[in-house]
Design a binder for this molecule. Structure first.
Ligand SMILES: Cc1cc2nc3c(=O)[nH]c(=O)nc-3n(C[C@H](O)[C@H](O)[C@H](O)COP(=O)(O)O)c2cc1C
Length: 138
């Protein structure tokens, strides 16, 4: 499985590596891939799309790499299982709600609610990320 993410200061990247840990604890393989390194073609055959991006702009996806990638999914992920995650700072998680409904409007099946963590995942939040990975792997 590919965990495709964008992260500026490492918080979402840390979530990605904990999710990887969770997936691998269930005996599956996971690889971390920066969104700038992938195109739609690379993910078409993935059974599950695992995407991470922090709240950026004003409750938006990061605009240079993640936003165009997500846009490219429109019309190409009907029925695909998707898991979303990301870190936020001071908002109310609105970016995730919008991201979820956008993926649903593209026909994706969200395997759970998007996983959100404030800033760097520590303590309980670390466990949440690992559990999220386990759920994805099952
Ligand atoms: C330019 C910029 C815009 C941001 N906009 C928001 C926002 O709208 N809402 C929010 O909750 N946090 C916002 N944040 C905070 C980040 O989402 C937060 O620091 C997050 O942990 C960064 O994740 P990263 O380390 O993976 O880059 C913003 C941060 C930056 C640098």
């Amino acid at each position: 499985m590919k965990i495709i993410y964008w992260s500026q200061t490492g918080n979402t990247e840390k979530m990605a590596s904990l999710i990887k840990e969770g997936i691998e604890s269930e005996g599956k393989k996971a690889e971390l891939v920066q969104v700038s390194e992938v195109s739609l073609e690379d993910v078409k055959n993935e059974e599950i799309l695992i995407l991470g991006c922090p709240s950026s702009g004003a409750e938006e996806l990061e605009e240079i790499d993640m936003e165009p990638f997500v846009q490219s999914l429109e019309g190409n992920i009907n029925g695909k299982k998707v898991a979303l995650f990301g870190s936020w700072g001071w908002g109310n998680g609105e970016w995730m709600l919008e991201w979820e409904s956008r993926m649903k409007s593209y026909g994706a099946e969200l395997i759970s609610e998007g996983l959100t963590v404030q800033e760097y995942p520590e303590g309980e939040d670390e466990e949440k990320c690992i559990d999220f990975g386990k759920r994805i792997a099952k």
